[in-house]
Design a protein around this ligand. Sequence first.
Ligand code: IMP
Ligand code: MG
Length: 182
Amino acid sequence: MNTLLSAQQLEQGVDDLAACIRRDYASRPLTVVGILTGSIVLLADLIRRIDLPLRVGLVQASSYRGGATRPGELRINDDLLPDVSGRDVLLVDDIFDTGHTMVALVEQVKRHGAASVRTAVLLRKQGRQEVDYTPDYIAFDIPDEFVVGYGLDYRDLYRNLPYLAALEADELDQSTPREQGV
Ligand code: IMP
Ligand code: MG
């Protein structure tokens, strides 16, 4: 495992993200919606830096991934989503990879009647996007490697690492497809 971003670099990135969000929303009330499970660490750090009237909600996205690293069929559970009708919503996720998760969730939140929907991600993986959409707030662009830590998992492990690390090819087992939260 190689460290890609230290805890200190992550902290700086989240500071910058929060500053942009505070500036753009000025004193407007905001509903921040974290995408389970990968966003939990970012969500906790980000909301404490945003000094606005703020609600927090969650949605769950999971995809059936071949060997856990390739994207598959997406399922969304919005039972935990608060009432967003007429509200300004900021969707938060750990990483923008192919982009399908974020695009599907933007549409879902719009269907629930949000007044506006913007998106914030900690990471964007270079050269992987399959959608015509760019998140509004991006802390870091990273190379096309499988990364873990700061909320991101490999087979549900490593979310608790305080830094971001890239897994080596021989640490990734591509064999058994399974369902996992993203
Ligand atoms: P997308 O729909 O392809 O953009 O996938 C986004 C989801 O896939 C994220 O919410 C992550 O949970 C997961 N994902 C994508 N790349 C990585 C990675 O490098 N490490 C861990 N999870 C990843
Ligand atoms: Mg994941």
